[in-house]
Design a protein around this ligand. Sequence first.
Ligand code: ADP
Ligand code: MG
Length: 576
Amino acid sequence: MTTETQDRETTDGFHLVIDALKLNDIDTIFALPGIPITDFLRIAQADGMKVISFRHEQHAGNAAAAAGFITGKPGICFTVSAPGFLNGLTALANATTNCFPMILISGSSEREVVDLQQGDYEEMDQLAIAKPLCKAAFRVLHAEDIGVGIARAIRAAVSGRPGGVYLDLPAKVFAQSVAKDVAERSLIKVVDPAPKQIPAPEAIQRAVDLLKGAKKPLIILGKGAAYAQADAEIRSFIEKTGIPYLPMSMAKGLLPDNHPQAASAARSYVLAEADVVMLVGARLNWLLSHGKGKTWGAGDSKGWGKQQFIQIDISPTEADSNVAVAAPLVGDIGSAIGALNQAIGSGLGKVPAEWTGAIAERKDKNLTKMAETLAKNPPVMNFHSALNVVRETVKANPKAYLVNEGANALDFTRSIVDMYEPRRRLDVGTWGIMGIGMGFAVAAAAVTGEQVIAVEGDSAFGFSGMEVETICRYNLPICIVVMNNNGIYKGTDVNPRGDAMAVTQFVKNARYDMMMEAFGGVGVTAKNPEELDKALKEAIASRKPTLINALIDESAGTESGRITSLNPAAAKKKTA
Ligand code: ADP
Ligand code: MG
């Protein structure tokens, strides 16, 4: 070594990872410490990064995914090798399915040992396992390449259709030293990580022509539209055209749910009757009955409806995934809706009053029916009387985030609780999975500082319930409402043999509230709407971690909520 190189100051992999993230405006890490990332997390915290450590990697990963959806920047999750990595993988795959940008960075064992399968501590070929489950996967073997690795991960996560990215960092990369001048040059500030994709003028014209000829137009807003943060453009397009719209669950609040053009209360009618349907960041997957069948007004369950589809999506291969799309509009939603707004000038001409009138009629009828159901106060609290309280609470606190999972707890909340602000509803998403609850709640509170209300089925809560400790440790303004009906779907199932509880039953009258108290938070049991209302008001006023154990009629609820038809036994009955 020459004297000159000896004199050069050095840095190491630990600091290079932190510097690379900071350079790209990433200031928060969701993680679970352990070999080989404990020291990394310590140094990150000492260097001023916000590090939130969890009790299970799946929830750290879910938090990163939700942070990605809320902010449009990739959420970052750090896990330890093999088992920790695998625990984080569910969240990474779920983020990819939902088109949420996140980067799972995992420490791993030494390549030389792993590749010869010599049995290292937590040995696993993580890169190979992650690859099919995410949008992109990379490995860095030299500390000088950390800058490139992070830059590629960021671009892959947020450009085009967003998704999950895996970045593999073998333990020894963290400790490698690099001369400071080399290190500085190796870092990359990603310029324009999610470039606009401007749709072609002829694609815009095709869509406008289709809309102009429509007698019964309908717009469907999906979570892609919420993610795009093009709120003003979208609202302006909808209001200028006067077209009725349906929000998918995580697009609720993009326009307030009580907007006069909202057609949610006439959902079945508009889906079956519409002639031109414009999808904005929504896929024609199972959540929209694949664009065909009875839902869409077709005679039989496999038949095609009479709709023509316009689909705005950033992914050029999404169109025609289930049914023919007459006018695909490939581009980012901001640019696409912006171009449509320009093309239509002050509007498209009036939507036929016959269509809007028929929708209004059904809406009125259904909303009146709903109001009557919500006004009932049965002796034992049920989903409706409890959720009526949540509905009023969100109305009074429209900036609050609503996290929601469960079966009945999900279905009822989605239809009963109106949203008023964009990106405030975080739920089970495209897979309809359980276990996102506490991870999503922690992310929303940590990233935005806003109040979070998590409406959880008692079963759903169990998947991430231990994170109440995390919520208390960081003193986050999260109020969890556990809809406790003593079981999965409901608590009244019986085991015909009588020698054990039925498979869907839980311990009766469980005290979920005491879980929160165990860590210093507030626990309350609510037996009726008044007690629930009081507890929610106190939680919001104090911003203290709170868990409300809401006792619900154990016979309330249906098997699998609204997707009973997906149970194999139900399918067998149908085909028999
Ligand atoms: P939902 O479940 O609410 O219907 P999906 O997750 O099915 O929504 O669909 C979201 C769609 O939005 C995906 O096809 C994705 O490619 C698309 N998307 C995500 N971000 C953007 C964006 N910025 N611009 C355009 N499309 C987007
Ligand atoms: Mg239940």
